[in-house]
Ligand binder design. Structure first.
Ligand SMILES: [Zn+2]
Ligand SMILES: [Zn+2]
Ligand SMILES: [Zn+2]
Ligand SMILES: [Zn+2]
Ligand SMILES: [Zn+2]
Ligand SMILES: [Zn+2]
Length: 495
């Protein structure tokens, strides 16, 4: 049985006191004004029973679970991690299976933690190593498969650093006995390899546990822990926002399953893989090349003789985009209805897909370009503070860009949602909501991008606040309608 001679692997180690992070840290310690009056679902969800854990906290929790199971089942701690891994860290289901099994030894054999067959102990510790054939001091596992220390070390290092696994079988080909952590650590001496093994164990703990998910943020290393696995917004300490159920960026209103289909479709389709992140298009009127350098889709031709105002998405005149006859978001499906042969049908289907894909990519592109606005508003905020406004009084500008980004992201995913939607009364309401959100988002975008400088500082705050509150309100309406449809099972999808 394993000895707990290694500090790193003392599972009952209580460690230092751990402070759980609730993942909703206040922005720079300053509470924002109570702006979120829409009661958006994601705000409600994200604050409920979700915690963000560091890898130290994860390790501590993993060890505690292992100890707990060891105490209850009276099996060596070294086997507990293997058993828990097999049961996806669901302690209840492990207990249940353990106790309902008539034969504990058979249960442990099936889990590959005790040898399949009875073994006779070897007579001498020194013999020819089965792996390298040298005469050496041999050691091994309960299955009595033995090897020299150098062979064990080489084998385990390869498993850890090449195969990247913390669930390692016996060195003997065909023997499925799993090696306990303490045993692994007794052979592996190189510090970087030991550290890798530790990381692999924690990774395996998070990846197999349904209630944990790594934050996808670059170099974040934290994981979210929930009490129920379901699609929900997680806001990490590193500010990443992701869906707990699928790990993608938060994608409301489209659900995880359709998002997966959509992302697959986008990556499979050869027509779209060469969608260049086109920063240039031709003016629909004078054909001069126009460059897009901001997120706003309201374009004005740079040609002074032309000055045509048009929409970057549809290349149509801008004028209707601010009015009730706006239909930039609505796909005209008349071609599909009148298609006479297979070729026309497939062309119409491609046209339809490209319509949604272009808008999806367009908003994503705008979202990236609008990141530059943070620098613009920062300068403006500094200027306003020199005009005797306090730091907190000028935060509305940053908030406006935050809201704009949220709306862009929502709009982006509305096009994935809309692509799968069948036309009915609900989809018509949805398109109306999408249109309103899109119109208002473009207004806010245009204002922040072009009118910030010309606006007088006294009225600026009121204007910006009115605009972002309204657009936020529109977003709330759209998401609420989508959620209600889901709750009532009203959405009809065509896949
Ligand atoms: Zn050997
Ligand atoms: Zn073996
Ligand atoms: Zn994170
Ligand atoms: Zn998801
Ligand atoms: Zn032009
Ligand atoms: Zn348009």
């Amino acid at each position: 049985m394993a000895e707990y001679d290694d500090d790193d692997f003392n599972y009952s180690d209580s460690g230092s006191e751990v402070e759980m992070d609730d993942g909703m840290s206040e922005d720079d310690g300053i509470a924002m004004e109570a702006e979120d009056q829409n009661g958006m679902s994601e705000q409600k969800d994200s604050s409920l029973d979700c915690i963000i854990m560091t890898s130290e906290q994860l390790e501590k929790e993993m060890k505690e679970t292992i100890s707990e199971v060891g105490n209850i089942l009276h099996v060596p701690l070294g086997t507990c991690r293997i058993l828990l891994h097999k049961y996806k860290w669901n302690m209840e289901s492990l207990m249940e299976r353990f106790y309902e099994h008539p034969d504990t030894m058979a249960f442990l054999r099936a889990a590959h933690v005790v040898p399949k067959n009875a073994v006779t102990a070897p007579t001498s510790s020194t013999a020819d190593c089965d792996i390298c054939c040298n005469l050496a001091e041999l050691s091994g596992l309960a299955c009595n498969h033995r090897a020299c220390t150098a062979c064990w070390r080489r084998y385990l290092q390869t498993k850890i650093t090449v195969d990247n696994t913390s669930e390692i079988e016996c060195i003997m080909n065909g023997c499925e006995l799993l090696i306990e952590d303490e045993k692994v650590m007794s052979y592996v001496v190189e510090e970087p390899v030991r550290a890798s093994y530790k990381r692999l164990m924690i990774n395996s703990y998070v990846e197999t546990n349904r209630l944990l998910r790594w934050c996808p943020g670059v170099d974040c290393g934290r994981a979210a822990k929930v009490s129920h696995c379901e699609p929900r917004l997680v806001v990490c300490t590193c500010k990443s926002r992701f869906c707990f159920a699928c790990g993608n960026e938060w994608h409301e209103p489209v659900n995880c399953r359709l998002l997966r289909l959509w992302l697959k479709k986008c990556s499979d389709d050869s027509e779209t893989s060469n969608w260049i992140n086109a920063n240039t298009k031709e003016c629909p009127k004078c054909l001069v090349t126009i460059e897009k350098d901001g997120g706003c889709n309201h374009m004005t031709c740079k040609n002074v003789a032309c000055r045509a105002e048009f929409c970057w998405m549809c290349l149509g005149p801008w004028e209707p985009h601010g009015s009730s006859w706006y239909s930039c978001n609505r796909f005209d499906d008349s071609a599909a209805k009148t298609a006479r042969d297979a070729q026309e049908v497939s062309r119409a289907a491609l046209q339809r897909y490209l319509f949604y894909y272009n808008r999806y990519m367009g908003h994503q592109h705008s979202l990236r370009l609008e990141n530059k606005l943070y620098a613009t508003v920062k300068a403006k905020m500094e200027q306003m503070q020199q005009m005797a406004m306090s730091w907190i009084e000028v935060q509305f500008l940053r908030k406006a860009v935050d809201v704009l980004s949220e709306c862009r992201r929502t709009l982006m995913y509305t096009y994935a949602f809309a692509y799968y939607l069948q036309k009915d009364n609900n989809s018509i309401i949805f398109e109306e909501n999408q249109k309103d959100l899109e119109m208002e988002t473009e207004k806010l975008s245009g204002f922040l991008e072009h009118e910030l400088e010309s606006e007088n500082l006294v009225t600026l705050k009121q204007k910006v606040q009115d605009k972002y509150r309204y657009v936020e309100h529109r977003r709330g309406i759209l998401l609420k309608h989508c959620q209600e449809g889901t709750e009532r099972d009203q959405w009809r999808y065509a896949e």
